[in-house]
Write a new protein. Structure first.
Length: 344
């Protein structure tokens, strides 16, 4: 029933904020877990919530440290559903940080704290967990490309312990371990709730929480902005997805008509996926005047690593046709231009 209470973690982030808004639009009552009151205030200041007429259905739970024992116990109390988006993100890393402490431990312990809190709360029916395609595509294939293997929602890859060569490898390992440990825990504990894992590709799309050009490059949107603004980016796996559909997938996955204890893979473009180099042609066609003026240099580089993702089943289950790479680029670059022109 749409009026039931949903806990959403990570609501002050790119994806989590959109999930929070879409859950409210779907009629759910939402409790957002945030690290501080300042994060709650930032969420409330966004235009989509300022214009929302039923803010009485939104409340907040302050969770300063998601890996502390019992971190989510109070936040989970009385909920019917949980959407756990909160996760360590690569752009928060600072040189010299311990990669395992920064990425592996929070990904695993944060998820386990959600599971343990939910087991203490008889009202919880389902947990939707934000994972990633990096949790189901082997690291070797992800960084080198694969022309033969087709990955889908049932694909799995073993956890590889460190040391790690870089931030993204550690981030990926954290996603792998969180997924594998969660599935082992559910099989062993047989809780009263079920779980839906969401495996998104690189998420592209307008981030309402970003209000200045300086911060817009944080996160996976950089995969478009770097080349469009004249920078150099390296080979990138051929998998992307629009923010709108990632968010809606999380909310639709609460529907009990969708079977639990399964995964949904979110990536656009079929087996050919995303050809990252085409973003320059898309921008030249859609924003030609800004390219001519030099507002968008549109002369950077990026290349594509082919990996085959089969999202067919997920599109059928979610009753969606994922938006194309062209639509993803237009949405994000349009937002970038709005901010850039506003600051001129």
């Amino acid at each position: 029933m749409a009026s039931e209470l949903v806990l959403v973690t990570g609501g002050s982030g790119h994806l989590g904020h959109r999930v929070l808004v879409d859950a409210l639009k779907a009629g759910y009552r939402v409790r957002a877990a945030v690290r501080s009151q300042a994060k709650a205030d930032k969420i409330l200041a966004t235009l989509s919530l300022k214009n929302f007429k039923s803010l009485g259905r939104l409340s907040f739970a302050i969770v300063p440290d998601m890996i502390a024992d019992g971190a989510y116990d109070d936040a989970v109390a009385g909920t019917s559903y949980i959407i756990h988006v909160a996760s360590p993100i690569a752009h928060t890393y600072k040189e010299g940080d311990d990669l395992e402490a920064q990425f592996i431990q929070p990904a695993v312990k944060g998820t386990m704290n959600i599971l343990l809190a939910a087991r203490k709360t008889e009202s919880v029916k389902r947990i939707v967990l934000t994972s990633s395609i990096v949790a189901i595509v082997s690291w070797k294939d992800f960084v080198s490309g694969s022309s033969s293997t087709v990955f889908n929602e049932k694909s799995r890859t073993p956890f590889l312990p460190g040391p790690y060569d870089g931030v993204f490898e550690a981030y990926s390992a954290g996603k792998v371990k969180a997924l594998n440990d969660t599935e082992a825990w559910v099989s062993r504990e047989n809780p009263q709730f079920d779980i839906v894992h969401i495996f998104p590709a690189f998420i592209l799309g307008q981030d309402e929480l970003v209000t200045d050009v300086e911060n817009i490059i944080d996160g996976t949107n950089a995969k478009v902005l770097t080349a469009v603004t004249g920078g150099q980016d390296g080979p990138t796996p051929s998998a992307s997805i629009h923010l709108e559909h990632v968010s809606l997938a999380h909310v639709r996955a609460l529907d009990q008509r969708i079977l639990g204890n399964q995964g949904l893979i979110l990536s656009s473009g079929g087996l050919h996926g995303t050809v990252w180099e085409t973003q320059l042609d898309i921008v030249a066609q859609e924003f030609g005047a800004e390219v001519q003026r030099g507002t968008l240099p549109n002369n950077g580089t990026i290349s594509t690593l082919p990996i085959k993702i089969d999202e067919t089943k997920s599109e059928e289950i979610l009753r969606m046709k994922f938006r194309t790479f062209e639509e993803q680029v237009k949405n994000f670059v349009g937002h970038y231009l709005e901010l850039k022109l506003a600051s001129a």
